[in-house]
Design a protein around this ligand. Sequence first.
Ligand code: SF4
Length: 159
Amino acid sequence: MQPGHNLKFWTPGGSSTPLLTAEHLDVPLDFEGVAAAGSILGTTATQIFSDQDCPVYATYRWLEFYHHESCGKCTPCREGNYWMVRVYRRILAGQGTHEDLDTLLDTCDNILGRSFCGLGDGATSSVTSSLTYFKQDYLDYIEGRTAPKLSDKQLVGAH
Ligand code: SF4
């Protein structure tokens, strides 16, 4: 890491693979090792994030990608990503609720394994894993301990 940064989270294989943390640095980067840690190798495009990065915001930006790239063929991916992006915007604008976290997990449950191609499944990885490891970061937005990253204007202007 750069001086002054500590590793907070990383993806072993890109945004479609569940996040891992500093506790997983000794995980062997092979299929079995990563699977045993609860993730997958994916594209092996490792992405590294420091403690100055926000897992909630990173997940939101990934979801924007999946929402944009969804071809719309099947309902779970098309609608699920559409709505999850909106929930993230609400949370990041300081207007989220505790129920939003259940909504995100429920939506992922309805996308994973129910989408026609891997894009739908991949979209859920960062959501469920970030909620597993970094739920407190979500609660800090919802309960007002972290300043909003998105403005009301960005929320209203969302499409
Ligand atoms: S899962 Fe694949 S086929 Fe279905 S809407 Fe998403 S991108 Fe299209």
